[in-house]
Design a protein around this ligand. Structure first.
Ligand code: IPD
Ligand code: CA
Ligand code: CA
Length: 269
């Protein structure tokens, strides 16, 4: 395993221990609302600090973009993009679907990815050019060719309703065009599931880079395609993301196309 990936794995497993400990009694945790329907617990903060401490100890000159602590040393060549707990709403309800997501971006290129599901002890990893793995076994995206028989993951707006009508129109057409849609509640794990072939594709709009950086690289290293709603490369910055194998990806784009807002249509590749 690449040395930088193994540090990230160590950090993710430690964060997983903090999350599992917190899950024993979520009622006892201090929880605050950042915004409408946007809760953060002491577990999110402690897990993020632990990840940063572990990586910083090994790589003192690296920078960080963490969901809870923001940017540190943002002009560094190496930036770690961290979501310490993706699926906080699930976690706070003891719904067992959440994860730790850590990605490394080197000079703007995603090179390392770790997604750790502490409930199942599932570790998804990828290094650019070296493939994607689940618990050390190579994973590939599913090879299904028809969207109509595909199982597709998604996430719908629940905090910011600006794009709710656009999303609902997309959702309606996707329901009719697929074998089923799932909304598990953790975008990072949703992408890991595409990489592992558990689902055939994924789409969601308006996500943050920490939700999708690691998952996006996992899908690419598992042989899949990741793009924005026009199939271009701005997915990490716009947060509008579609993922799947090449055939499913292009069929999903066709379903989404009639519903794109003018802003989504003019996204730059
Ligand atoms: C959220 C989850 C969810 C997605 C939200 C994200 P958080 O992350 O990934 O599936 O629909 O948009 O913000 O807040 O639990 O880290
Ligand atoms: Ca998240
Ligand atoms: Ca989070």
């Amino acid at each position: 395993m690449h040395p930088m990936l193994s540090i990230a794995v160590k950090a993710a497993r430690e964060a997983g221990r903090i999350i599992n400990k917190g899950s024993n009694d979520v009622g006892a945790l201090t929880v605050t609302a950042k915004n409408f329907n946007d809760f953060v617990s002491e577990v999110d903060h402690t897990a993020e600090q632990s990840i940063i401490d572990t990586i910083k100890y090994a790589y003192p000159d690296h920078g960080f973009l963490g969901e809870e602590s923001g940017d540190t040393n943002k002009d560094a060549e190496n930036i770690w993009i961290i979501d310490p707990l993706d699926g906080t709403t699930n976690f706070l309800h003891n719904f067992p679907q959440y994860c730790v997501s850590i990605a490394l971006q080197q000079k703007g290129v995603l090179t390392q990815a770790v997604i750790y599901d502490p409930v199942r002890n599932d570790l998804f990893t990828a290094t650019k050019g070296r493939g994607a793995f689940l618990n050390d076994k190579r994973i590939r995206v599913a090879n299904r060719g028809k969207l109509q028989t595909s199982l597709i993951g998604t996430g719908f707006p629940f905090r910011d309703f600006t794009h709710l009508d656009t999303y609902m129109a997309m959702f309606k057409d996707m329901i009719k065009s697929t074998a089923g849609l799932r909304r598990p509640g953790s975008a990072a794990l949703d992408l890991a599931y595409v990489a592992a072939g558990f689902t055939d594709g994924f789409f969601e709009l308006n996500l943050s880079s920490w939700d999708i950086a690691a998952g996006g690289l996992l899908v690419q290293e598992a042989g899949g395609i990741v793009g924005d709603f026009q199939g271009n490369e701005s997915w990490l910055t716009t947060g509008n993301i579609v993922a799947g194998n090449a055939k499913i990806f292009s069929q999903m784009l066709q379903v989404l196309a009639p519903h794109l807002t003018p802003a989504q249509k003019t996204q730059i590749a």
